[in-house]
Write a protein that binds this ligand. Structure first.
Ligand SMILES: [Fe+2]
Ligand SMILES: [Fe+2]
Length: 276
C-alpha cells in the first residue's frame, strides 16, 4: 500500500494548499492512506471542527496533532466525537479524545495510527515509549493491524531517533513532527520501519517556523513580547513523506519526501519506487 504523511498544517496558507491539492495527489499517486498533522491549522494554534472537516473532506484519513491540540477550546468537545482526530496518546488519563485508532485504507488494509508526544524540552507527560508499546501489544503489526503509523510529536532529534529504533520492525513508519523543519534523513531502518526525524510543516517557509518573522526576531532581540505571533501567508510548501508498504509484512519497502509549491519546492521524487 501507498501511504502519505503530511507535516503540521500551518495557518491558512498551509491548510488551503493541502485542501486544494490533496484530492488530486491521492489520484495521481494511487494513495491508499493519508495522515495529516493538523495541530497548527487554525491561525497557527490548534484546529477548529470546521477545518478538521475540510481536511478530512479533502481525503485525509486521519488528522493527528500535538502540543497545540486544544489551543482552540472547541477541540475539547469535538475530539470526543471524531474517530479520525487524534491527540497524543500519552496525555493524562481523562483527557478528551483518543490517541490512537484502527482505520481501513482504500486498499482494504487495517491501519493502526498512534499519535504520541515527546518529553524532552516539552511538557511532562506519560512515558511515550511505554504507551506506544502498550498500544502495539493490543494491536500488533501482522495480527490485528496490516500497517502501523506513529506520529511522534517531539522537539529533540535524539528522542525521535531513539523511539524509531525502539520500534524498528514493529511498525511501518515512525515520523517526527513539531519542529516544522524537514530533515533529510528519511530512510528505512534495518528492521523495516520507515523513519524521518521531522517531516516539516505544510506552510510558508519564508518565516520563523511558520510565523511572520518580525515578532519572533523582535523577541530574540529584546526579550519582551510585542504583538501576537501571526502565521506567514505567502505561498506554502506542502511537506510530506511517502512510504511504500509491503502488503504481506506491513514493513516499508521504500520512502521518499514530497515537497510541492512555495520556497522549498524542488525536483524531489514524489513517490518511491518499490524495491523489486
Ligand atoms: Fe506544529
Ligand atoms: Fe507542536
Amino acid at each position: 500500500m501507498r501511504l502519505l504523511f503530511l507535516g503540521d498544517l500551518l495557518g491558512r496558507a498551509g491548510r488551503n494548499a493541502v485542501i486544494d491539492r490533496l484530492p488530486a495527489l491521492i489520484v495521481e499517486y494511487s494513495l491508499d492512506f493519508v495522515v495529516v498533522n493538523g495541530e497548527n491549522a487554525a491561525g497557527g494554534f490548534g484546529i477548529t471542527e470546521d477545518i478538521l472537516r475540510q481536511v478530512l473532506g479533502a481525503g485525509a484519513d486521519v488528522v493527528t496533532t500535538g502540543n497545540h491540540v486544544f489551543d482552540q477550546r472547541e477541540a475539547l468537545v469535538f475530539a470526543e466525537r471524531h474517530q479520525r482526530f487524534l491527540r497524543p496518546a500519552n496525555y493524562p488519563a481523562g483527557t478528551p479524545g483518543r490517541g490512537s485508532g484502527l482505520y481501513m485504507a482504500r486498499s482494504g488494509a487495517r491501519v493502526l495510527v498512534i499519535n504520541a508526544m515527546g518529553r524532552v524540552f516539552m511538557d511532562a507527560l506519560d512515558d511515550p515509549f511505554a504507551v506506544i508499546d502498550r498500544e502495539l501489544a493490543a494491536c500488533p503489526l501482522g495480527e490485528q493491524a496490516d500497517a502501523v503509523v506513529v506520529d511522534f510529536h517531539a522537539e529533540a532529534s535524539s528522542e525521535k531517533q531513539a523511539l524509531a529504533y525502539h520500534l524498528d520492525g514493529r511498525v511501518s513508519l515512525v515520523v517526527g513532527t513539531h519542529t516544522h523543519v524537514p530533515t533529510s534523513d528519511y530512510r528505512v531502518l534495518p528492521g523495516g520501519t520507515a523513519f524521518q526525524t521531522d517531516v516539516g510543516m505544510c506552510g510558508d517557509y519564508q518565516s520563523v517556523i511558520g510565523m511572520n518573522h518580525d515578532e519572533p526576531v523582535r523577541r530574540f532581540l529584546h526579550k519582551v513580547p510585542g504583538e501576537r505571533f501571526s502565521p506567514a501567508e505567502g505561498p506554502a510548501t506542502i511537506a510530506g513523506l511517502t512510504v511504500e508498504i509491503d502488503d504481506a509484512t506491513g514493513l516499508a519497502l521504500a520512502v521518499a519526501p514530497l515537497r510541492l509549491g512555495g520556497v522549498l519546492a524542488e525536483a524531489i521524487p514524489a513517490f518511491p519506487t518499490p524495491v523489486p
